[in-house]
Design a binder for this molecule. Structure first.
Ligand code: ADP
Ligand code: ASP
Ligand code: MG
Length: 420
């Protein structure tokens, strides 16, 4: 069971979580719980780190930001104990959750689960702070924002759990963010592949890595709400959204439990920023000069457009990166100005990426053109486009995000029938 930030926001909410956990354990289950920091806490900690040092050392950043989950794991263990339930916390370095790669974006490598399993078998509920792990350098790491989902899936895989229930503040995965589109529909199931794509383009209900890990390890995920009454449908009766394999989805469709549309979901992402380098020499190696330093600094480039060369053998190169990396990217590129040979650097963080996702696209043409037409009819200008086998993304002005999502939701026939 994993509980996110809003589910853990304050002692009252934690008491509710403890009751849900206790009920699951009372049903004869051995339970491991992964918790997030209280809502808003990680943002607060990130700001402290930034204030202390704008170009912070990621290893020390991890020390600061991992602390939010230490607090909630201890509080949940205490609250469970107050209800007469045996419980203990297992910090990332105690299990340990071994991680590899960079600080602040570490990946789970392995979890030593022997002691954990023994304790659970003895009837003690294990409470594990999400987001944090132990690096190969022996220091504390964190797994990127939203990383508790990945912690939960990793723990579920390590203990060979029957299911990984991800409790949050919505009751499942919807066709789009239900906080933006009132007509969004809850999905009974989504395939790993589609969920992976949706998460990677901004549906933050699950961290992208948690989905790829679940797919690789065959972990069965259910997304459901912790904001429920005692008489709500029990988690074992699957009231939320299941993340399933393609085969299981096909079975559900055949049995009439699921209806498949061309587009499964729509996501938006306001956390990207656009960079334009003007008058880059139009010659072999120019693009490598731009992107190599970014890659070395672990800055992920998403959309790239290299315009058709203009006269004098020059071209403009436009690309997007995470907004959080904009200052670093700009500094790196300004450093390399001579080597790259561009004229001006223009940045814009007032952009949003809107994506439509669905496996139906593999075998059906016209999804992209429908998207462009629907946006054009509302006068929404497209600044960049990328596609994958099951996704089309466009970059637009940030102010038009909500409008674009609503328009596309209707255009692809996703609106719930009963909504006004
Ligand atoms: P937690 O703190 O529990 O990890 P998050 O805020 O990370 O919760 O994720 C839950 C939020 O994801 C919801 O409140 C919702 O606004 C947002 N969200 C975005 N896209 C979707 C979607 N397609 N379906 C459901 N929720 C979505
Ligand atoms: N607390 C961390 C964050 O806000 C991890 C998580 O909640 O999943 O990113
Ligand atoms: Mg989350």
């Amino acid at each position: 069971m994993k509980f996110g930030g809003t589910s853990m926001a304050g002692t009252e909410r934690i008491r509710r979580v403890a009751q849900i956990v206790r009920k699951q354990a009372a049903g004869g289950n051995e339970v491991a719980v992964v918790v997030s920091a209280m809502a808003g806490e990680t943002d607060r900690l990130v700001n402290f780190a930034r204030e202390a040092h704008a170009l912070y050392d990621p290893a020390e950043y991890d020390v600061v930001v991992a602390s939010g989950e230490q607090v909630t794991s201890g509080l949940l263990a205490l609250t469970l104990q107050s209800l007469g339930q045996k419980a203990r916390s297992w910090l990332g370095w105690q299990l340990p959750v071994r991680t590899i790669e960079a600080h602040a974006k570490a990946r789970v490598d392995a979890i030593d689960s022997e002691a954990l399993l023994a304790s659970m078998a003895d009837g003690t509920i294990a409470v594990i702070p999400g987001f944090q792990g132990l690096g190969a350098d022996g220091r504390i790491t964190t797994m990127g924002r939203g990383g508790s989902d990945t912690s939960a899936v990793a723990v579920a895989a390590a203990v060979k759990a029957d299911r990984c229930d991800i409790y949050t503040d919505v009751d499942g995965v919807y066709t789009t963010d239900p906080r933006i589109v009132a007509k969004a529909r809850k999905l009974k199931a989504v395939t790993y592949e589609e969920m992976l794509e949706l998460a990677s383009v901004g549906a933050k209900v699950l961290q992208t890595r948690s989905v790829s890990l679940a797919m690789k390890e065959g972990v069965r995920i259910q997304v459901l709400s912790s904001f429920v009454d005692d008489d709500a449908t029990p988690a074992d009766d699957l009231p939320g959204t299941l993340i399933v394999s393609e085969e299981e989805m096909e079975r559900m469709v055949e049995e009439g439990k699921m209806e498949r549309k061309l587009v499964t979901g729509i996501a938006h992402d306001k956390n990207e920023a656009k960079i334009i380098l003007t008058r880059v020499p139009d010659k072999p190696g120019a693009v490598a000069e731009i992107f190599s330093p970014l890659a070395e600094a672990s800055i992920n480039v998403d959309m790239i457009i290299q315009n058709v060369g203009r006269d004098k053998g020059e071209t403009d190169v436009t690309f997007t990166i995470p907004q959080a990396d904009l200052a670093r990217a700009q500094a790196l590129l300004e450093d390399k100005r001579e080597a790259i040979g561009y004229n001006r650097i223009i940045t814009d963080s007032h952009v949003a990426k809107i994506s439509v996702v669905g496996v139906g696209m593999k075998s059906h043409a016209g999804v992209a053109s429908d998207m462009f037409r629907a946006l054009a009819e509302r006068g929404i200008n497209i600044q960049a486009i990328t596609t994958s086998e099951i996704k089309v993304s466009v970059m637009i002005d940030e102010d038009e995000t909500e409008l674009a999502v609503r328009v596309l939701h209707t255009a692809y026939g996703l609106d719930a029938e009963d909504a006004a």
